[in-house]
Design a protein around this ligand. Structure first.
Ligand SMILES: Cc1ncc(COP(=O)(O)O)c(C=O)c1O
Length: 358
């Protein structure tokens, strides 16, 4: 009998956590109430009631909030409006592979800043700054993808100060921030330098990725620039899903949903730690307090190509760690374990298969 495949590649919520019935009700209610607006071309950067609601969460007006079809799309707009070919752009190494791609697509000269247990290596960052300030640095400050690392308050303060001193933008990508399973929140970079930070987030991880609903909070002039870019690209983002999500938030359903998700994901994170301790004592790994990922560094002598091939034969799907590094050879021993979309039993089995292969 062939064993079931265990997929440790996708950073997505499992379908059983989607609050489908509530979303159906919210969609119907909001369409009945506001179809004239929701079914028309939206000439504002987002459904105004949702921009207002989001603004309230951050203590700003709607002019400081832009909504788009996913935070990835917003980051694409940011790279297209801010970067000229050849401009320097910094990014943590490793980082979210799609963000590396978007920076490269905009023609940026992408510089990787090594990531330490408490955030980017600031000595390396300052050395790079001496060689030339970037137009922007992209950081995932909370429960980083792919490592799960959270940047310390001390490092956030220094990053904010450097952005002000050298005049670069910080794109702070925070889709996992609300999913903290233990410990205390750290203030956002945006709260430390609101004139220099574009704070992006999304409903993908706290509600459902298929909604394709992301947003950015930033200075009003920059939001206006992005809004014009969006109008010139597609007039306006999709509105009916925004209406649905607004209704969901207005009814006070988002917070309890996040609490429910934490109850599902917390034991999965714990199961990942237990499996690594039991089966892979020769490796090292990060100790996230939330989010979707644990980053594992495998022992010396591992070759990613043969590891992936052998994992495939053992019924284990893994992401190629090299894809997360601006300089891919740095990722030869790196694996991302996305623990949310698999059960604790699947995690244990997946890590035990990995140990057998190693
Ligand atoms: C750091 C980071 N940013 C953005 C995204 C994508 O968010 P969205 O679905 O809003 O495009 C992901 C998804 O994995 C992510 O890990």
């Amino acid at each position: 009998m062939t064993q079931p495949i265990i997929n440790l590649t996708r950073g997505m919520p499992p379908p059983e956590v989607f609050p489908t019935e509530d979303l159906i009700e919210c969609a119907e209610a909001v369409l009945r109430r506001d179809s004239d607006v929701l079914l028309q071309y939206g000439r504002s950067p987002g459904y105004v009631p949702l921009r207002q609601w989001l603004g309230q969460q951050y203590g700003v007006g709607p002019e400081q909030v832009l909504i788009g079809n996913s935070s990835m799309e917003i980051f694409a707009f940011i790279t297209q409006t801010l970067l000229q070919p050849g401009d320097r752009a910094f990014i943590e190494s490793p980082s979210y592979d799609r963000s590396i791609t978007l920076l490269r697509r905009a023609g940026a000269q992408v510089v990787g800043i090594p990531l330490e247990e408490d955030g980017p290596d600031l000595t390396a960052l300052e050395d790079e700054l001496k060689q030339g300030a970037p137009v922007l640095i992209y950081v995932i400050t909370d429960f980083h993808n792919p490592t799960g690392i959270t940047t310390s308050l001390e490092k956030r303060r220094r990053l904010a100060a450097l952005a002000e001193e050298y005049g670069f933008w910080i794109a702070e990508d925070a889709p996992y921030r609300a999913l903290r399973y233990k410990g205390q929140d750290v203030p956002t970079l945006w709260s430390l330098a609101p004139e220099r930070v574009l704070h992006m987030s999304s409903f993908s991880k706290v509600l459902a990725p298929g909604l394709r609903l992301g947003y950015v909070v930033g200075p009003a002039e920059m939001i206006a620039t992005l809004a014009q870019w969006a109008v010139d690209t597609y007039i306006g983002p999709v509105f009916p899903t925004q209406g649905m999500v607004y209704e969901y938030c207005r009814r006070g359903l988002l917070e309890p949903n996040i609490e429910r998700l934490k109850e599902v994901y917390r034991p999965r994170l714990q199961a990942t730690f237990s499996a690594l301790e039991k089966h892979l004592p020769q490796a090292t790994w990060t100790r996230p307090e939330g989010g979707f990922y644990v980053g594992v560094t495998l022992p010396e002598g591992i070759e990613m190509v043969s590891l992936l091939a052998r994992a495939g034969q053992a019924g284990l799907k893994l992401s190629d760690g090299r894809g997360f590094f601006p300089n891919s050879s740095n990722g030869d021993r790196f694996l991302r374990i996305p623990f949310c979309s698999v059960t604790p039993e699947e995690i244990a089995e997946g890590v035990s298969r990995l140990a057998r292969i190693l």
